[in-house]
Design a binder for this molecule. Sequence first.
Ligand code: AHR
Length: 351
Amino acid sequence: MKRKVITALLAATMVASLAVGCGNKGGDSKSDSSKSSSSDEITIGFSQVGAESDWRTANSESMKSTFSEKNGYKLIFDDAQQKQENQITAIRNFIQQDVDYIVLAPVTETGWDTVLKEAKDADIPVIIVDRMIDVSDDSLYTAWVGSNFKMEGQKACEWLKAYADAKGMKDVNIAHIQGTIGASAQIGRTEGLEAAAKEYGWNIVAQQTGEFTQAKGQEVMESMLKQHDNINVVYCENDNEAFGAIDAIEAAGKTVGPDGDILVMSFDTTNAGLTDTLSGKIICDTECNPLHGPRVEEIIKKLEDGKDVDKKAYVEEEMFAYDDTVKSVKVDDKDYAVTKITQEIIDKRAY
Ligand code: AHR
């Protein structure tokens, strides 16, 4: 049964919907009173991308521990196994179950308009987390919280530029292992690299998706190494791809690290990723923070209290490198610190 959820924002959304003529259809929509129940429990349907990476596992754990029964929630967790069609089915199930909120971690940016219109017609607020969506009508979601993926890519590339200059690297020949094509994390990190390669005259010798997994990262790296013998940088779009790439490079008889044949760059800064940064196997790791549970909860609490929420909120993120050759990077006139990794930092890492 649904609890009483009539927030100011939901009411405002309904008014806005009616104003643009795309609100609930006549008598088939639920009335406000149908959202009432005596229970104080908040029911949340969470459609998770899958379990492709250590980052994703930490993200799922953050959501599950935040939206626990002890904290007053009923969480319906759905693992979509990296398939958008599974996410669309899950959202339709959540609508049928008349949840209080739908939380969506979308696999890719496009393809959400129809199902989110169905959620809107059912008066269920939708909160997007982690990756972004690209919809024609932004009233189809209430709020988004996640990372600035393009900024992550830009920061990583400014680090590479400064590092390559400091080390006198003549040519920068990059193997680019992309994330899931069409995911914001792939789009933003790829945009950052492609723009920097153009500006700084770097050579992207190969570019292929590793689907954010270790197995695919390894497979793609093996094939790139067979086709190109001049690779001296691998730009992996997450830690798990980097682990696979490192295995492939070492199996091919090459070395990684500051004094090796190939520099491996990565994103996420998971515990295991930072451990590889400490040894230099990953030369620079740019943070993508997965601990979104409390951030989504803050949005829901504000909605429950009838308060306004930010439509979009970016998470602050750090950078870690093997050494202190580069102490900071500048993007859009703002300086970002680069921290030399230590065991103490890794020990404090929650994921
Ligand atoms: O959308 C965030 C990305 O998705 C993380 O970088 C990656 O590890 C995850 O699979």
